[in-house]
Write a protein that binds this ligand. Structure first.
Ligand SMILES: Cc1cc2nc3c(=O)[nH]c(=O)nc-3n(C[C@H](O)[C@H](O)[C@H](O)COP(=O)(O)O)c2cc1C
Length: 669
């Protein structure tokens, strides 16, 4: 990066002395599980994923957690404790380090922590106490087993160093094993690894000393700590400051020096899990103030800010104001590996921004490879600053529908040299996603269509707004290919009387929200939302309804809400519902005996039929599975040689499915 580049974000792009190393800037890739390894070994896809982020501008990369001790058997983690791992580790390190990016492996163990369904029978832990979320009770590590762990982690660190890694990050955050040692709520040990602060910090102090002893002063050692784990009697900000001081030796002559940086995260394997991946239901960079105060507790120790920092200006501001020394980026670098490169070139508008939806987290916790709503090319060889190459033959392509599937297909096809005309029924791109951006917490989603609109302009897409294109409109353009991206509509709930529809008494949630968005005046009475959708937008809509109505009741035939939402987001939803007083009636159906004219909705139990009346109902609305309007789609057949039906018009699904489908078809035609 040139001197001129450094002027743009002077703090973010300034070099930084970390240990004996000089980082080229302050951008750090935070540790994220990718599930790109196979059989516990490094793969080409894993190397490509990390090399892309190094090439894209990160100065320091912390890998996903690796298995550094023999008892660690997790199938998704790269095993580093045996000699056979060395060739893979060496290739991994070489691919990243040659981009002038230092590579640190994250060492940790989840301990009793688990955020998947069921309990973990392989869990080892600090004490025989249940995990706050999964209620897993771990097999307790004996004193000798802890000592063995320390020794094995040090040996594995030495192996990493031999293979070309610059260091390690010990994760003692997020409710993992070392967090469990630190926390008085989770650590009830009576040996020297429990008890007072000294005892609870001992395993980490010994690890730092052992790794430093094995790897020497050039090896970077960072620690990720809880800044506030959100659990009563555990680690709040005052305890976090004490731990940080203890581990870095600041103000304590007996403490062990040797930690090169600290990073503070939030939340735990508990009801507070959602706080480790903050979304836009709260403020941006929500841990900024806390990180600044914790930095003051450890003068002279480099501190990394982390958590919902998505924008280069925001990152630069945090550094410039002295709130941190480094900027950790997790999800933003999944979405755009070239985040740093584009920022340094003054191309902020070209960044595909993280929308904080946590689909990446959902992917890995559902045992899929990491994936992103706003990056259809995660981990591909050509991912960094991708722009398509030319198509073999230039065609005329008509796109009907400018939601996120249609827009993605349109810009990609145009960038490949096709002549693209896209019809949008509204006045702007985004379709139903645009509506979602106006709901509580939805604002970030605009980054998807904002990027697409900019790319479409650059690629020369002809956008025709306010046109609900007919088959004749399409045919008159004599296209070679037609892409139909007309979306889908909510189905009328089975069992609801037709008369309610005919009389317009019960609008679907989308229509209802579109009508209510302008309202600021409170509405008397209760809003009842019948939920057969279980996705994020439904619950954000409920929050909007709650801003307007005296009471909001969600009725679902399932035994709980938000089942199709990643657990981290679901915990946020139930937390907010509790605070806002949004009520949920599970195992319920709206009964035909309801008298809407009298403001009475009868909810029948799906098993017993037993009725419960909800009174003073001012609004009944529904969110149901969507279906495309096939008759409309059939009309477009014959418009061109090729017809592609994409996104919700093909199969109603997720945001990720829509962008991915549009991207694939844009590349195919
Ligand atoms: C998909 C995903 C996987 C993650 N896996 C880990 C992990 O294995 N270890 C860890 O310390 N943090 C993990 N994190 C947390 C991130 O390091 C980071 O603390 C968090 O994403 C907040 O930063 P962000 O707002 O920049 O994404 C993960 C986050 C995501 C999104």
């Amino acid at each position: 990066m040139s001197r001129l580049d450094a002027v743009r974000y002077p703090a973010l792009l300034a070099p930084f002395a970390l240990g004996v190393h000089t980082l080229r800037n302050r951008i750090v890739h935070a540790s994220m599980t990718t599930r790109l390894s196979v059989n516990r070994r490094v793969t080409d896809s894993l190397i490509t994923y990390y090399a892309n982020r190094a090439r894209g501008g990160a100065a320091l990369i912390v890998t996903e957690p690796v298995s550094a001790a023999r008892f660690q058997l997790a199938p998704q983690k790269v095993r580093i404790w045996d000699e056979e791992s060395e060739p893979g580790l060496a290739r991994w390190a070489e691919a990243v380090e040659r981009e002038d990016c230092r590579l640190l492996a994250q060492l940790q163990d989840p301990g009793r922590g688990r955020h998947e369904r069921g309990r973990n029978p392989d869990a080892v832990g600090v004490s025989a106490l249940p995990d706050d979320l999964s209620w897993t009770v771990p097999h307790v590590l004996s004193t000798a087993a802890v000592e063995r762990l320390v020794a094995e982690f040090a040996d594995s660190s030495r192996r990493l160093q031999r293979c070309g890694f610059s260091g390690v990050e010990l994760s003692a955050a997020h409710g993992h094993l070392f967090h469990q040692f630190l926390s008085p709520w989770m650590n009830a040990r009576e040996d020297r690894y429990g008890g007072d602060l000294d005892g609870r910090c001992r395993v980490l102090s010994e690890l730092v000393a052992a790794i430093r002893g094995a790897c020497g002063p050039r090896f970077i050692i960072g620690i990720k700590l809880p800044g506030d784990d959100g659990i009563e009697h555990s680690i709040g900000p005052p305890e976090a400051a004490l731990i940080a001081r203890q581990l870095t030796g600041s103000g304590d002559a007996t403490g062990i020096r040797g930690v090169d940086y600290l990073c503070f995260a939030q939340g735990s394997h508990a009801e507070s899990l959602d706080r480790h991946l903050p979304d836009l239901h709260g403020p941006r960079s929500p841990y900024r103030t806390l990180t600044r105060s914790l930095k003051q507790a450890v003068p002279g120790v480099p501190v990394m800010a982390l958590g919902l920092i998505t924008d280069p200006a925001e990152a630069d501001g945090i550094l410039a104001s002295g709130g941190a020394d480094l900027i950790g980026l997790g999800r933003p670098l999944v979405t755009d590996p070239a985040w740093g490169l584009k920022a340094s070139q003054g191309r902020e508008a070209d960044i595909r921004y993280c929308v904080s939806c946590n689909s990446c987290w959902a992917a890995i916790t559902e045992h899929r490879s990491i994936a992103c709503d706003n990056n259809p090319r995660v981990g591909l060889v050509d991912e960094v600053d991708w722009w398509p190459g030319p198509a073999r033959y230039a065609k005329r392509v008509v796109v009907v529908g400018t939601g996120i599937a249609g827009m993605e297909a349109a810009w990609v096809a145009a960038a490949r040299g096709h002549e693209v005309i896209a019809f949008g029924a509204g006045a702007a791109p985004g379709g139903k996603t645009r509506l979602m951006t106006r709901l509580p917490g939805g604002e970030g989603l605009s980054s998807i269509y904002d990027y697409q609109a900019l790319a479409a302009k650059k690629a020369g897409v002809r956008l025709e707004w306010g046109v609900r294109a007919t088959p004749e409109d399409v045919r008159s353009l004599t296209p070679d290919s037609v892409i139909v991206a007309t979306g889908a509509v909510m189905t009328w709930p089975r069992g609801f009387p037709d008369a309610w529809r005919e009389e317009g008494l019960v609008p679907d949630l989308r229509a209802c929200i579109a009508a209510l968005l302008g309202f600021t005046q409170r509405q008397a009475g209760t809003a009842v939302l019948f939920d057969m959708d279980a996705t994020e937008g439904t619950y954000a809509s409920a929050e909007l309804l709650r801003q307007l109505f005296d009471r909001v009741v969600i009725v679902t035939p399932r035994d709980r809400i938000a089942e199709d939402v990643p657990l981290v987001n679901r915990l946020g939803i139930v937390r907010r519902f509790a605070h806002q007083g949004i009520e949920v009636m599970t195992l319920g159906r709206i009964d035909v005996g309801s008298s809407l004219e009298d403001g009475v909705v009868q909810v029948g139990n799906v098993y017993t039929g037993m009725l419960t009346a909800v009174r003073e109902v001012a609004l009944l609305t529904y969110a149901t599975p969507r279906a495309p309007d096939l008759s409309e789609i059939d009309g477009f057949a014959g418009g061109g040689d090729e017809i592609y039906v994409i996104g919700d018009a093909h199969a109603p699904g997720s945001t990720m499915a829509a962008t991915a489908h549009g991207h694939r078809i844009g590349n195919l035609i």
